[in-house]
Design a protein around this ligand. Structure first.
Ligand code: SAM
Length: 290
């Protein structure tokens, strides 16, 4: 029987598998290369991210490019940042003629503000979508919180443990500088569970899709936001110490000065930083600087 399938007719999933084999691609564990090659799963992620015609999307780690191509097919303008140059021919085969910009750089080092400005325009709205390499999770999330302009939303496939950390509340054992920082800037939501079996090769842990709905109206100006971020780092620095001790260590304050700050913020002198809510952390920041 005649085989009428031409490369252009292949599903994205098949195209990706063919290209990975053709270019003898070897998955690198240390680069977090656990791909999702199932188009239906990628379709669910793109749907959950709410990608629509006319959207500007920054994707981190496009891998084989299935999600990149699918978002372009939805009518989005996609800028993808990939570290591994070995994926260049694979991405080229899978993405084909689609209007996508791929930059081969480290997402932790690249000037993401400049790249998005260049790709989308000055102050243009954009969102981030990624099946993130897990080793960059915390550093990348902190980078996202310092972007300007901030993305409208951030949809990330993360290890389940990282999702739980971000979703934790004050007083939980997982409540950390990362969770507090994210909660100031965004409302996090878990939109999908993703068992390890969905990935190629499967990682040792399950994942979930986290969506950060970035707050449009935040209470602080940018200078106070930087102060708040520094204070959050300080408050969680040494977990079993009191906030007063951590403040003295991080801000070179005398014991008396820290007690004045805590009193001004309406807090007990023995309170620990890791139990404070965002509003209380803001009160402490105000008590120090205003
Ligand atoms: N998006 C693809 C998918 O869903 O199949 C691949 C996801 S895979 C979990 C992570 C991707 O991020 C890989 O393509 C990997 O090469 C890339 N990567 C790893 N470290 C990176 C970094 N520092 N900056 C940008 N991309 C990176």
């Amino acid at each position: 029987m005649e085989n009428n399938i031409r490369p252009a007719d292949l599903s994205l999933s098949l195209k990706a598998r063919v290209a990975l084999e053709k270019y003898v691609f070897r998955f690198t564990h240390s680069l977090g290369q656990n791909f999702i090659l199932d188009e239906n799963v990628i379709g669910d992620i793109v749907y959950a991210a709410g990608v629509q015609t006319g959207d500007n999307i920054l994707e981190i780690g496009p891998g084989s490019g299935i999600m990149t191509a699918m978002m372009a097919d939805k009518g989005a303008r996609v800028l993808a940042v990939e570290l591994d140059k070995a994926l260049e021919p694979v991405l080229s085969d899978v993405i084909g003629e689609r209007d996508v910009k791929i930059v081969f750089q480290d997402a932790l080092k690249a000037d993401l503000n400049a790249l998005t400005r260049e790709a989308f325009g000055e102050n243009a709205a954009y969102s981030i979508v990624a099946n993130l390499p897990y080793y960059i999770t915390a550093d990348f999330l902190m980078r996202v919180l310092s972007l300007s302009p901030m993305p409208d939303s951030v949809t990330l496939m993360l290890q389940k443990e990282a999702c739980e950390r971000v979703m934790s509340q004050p007083g939980d054992k997982n409540w950390s500088a990362l969770s507090a920082s994210v909660r100031y800037f965004a409302d996090p939501e878990v939109v999908m569970d993703a068992p390890a079996s969905l990935f190629t090769p499967p990682p040792h842990v399950d994942s979930c899709l986290l969506k950060l709905h970035m707050r449009a109206n935040r209470p602080l100006n940018s200078e106070d936001e930087k102060r708040l971020m520094n204070l959050i780092q300080a408050a969680f620095r040494m977990r079993r110490k009191t906030l007063a001790n951590n403040l003295s260590a991080s801000f070179s304050m005398s014991r008396e000065e820290t007690l004045v700050v805590l009193e001004k913020a309406g807090l007990d002198a023995k309170v620990r930083g890791e139990v404070l809510t965002i509003d209380q952390l803001i009160d402490v920041m105000n008590a120090i600087y205003h």
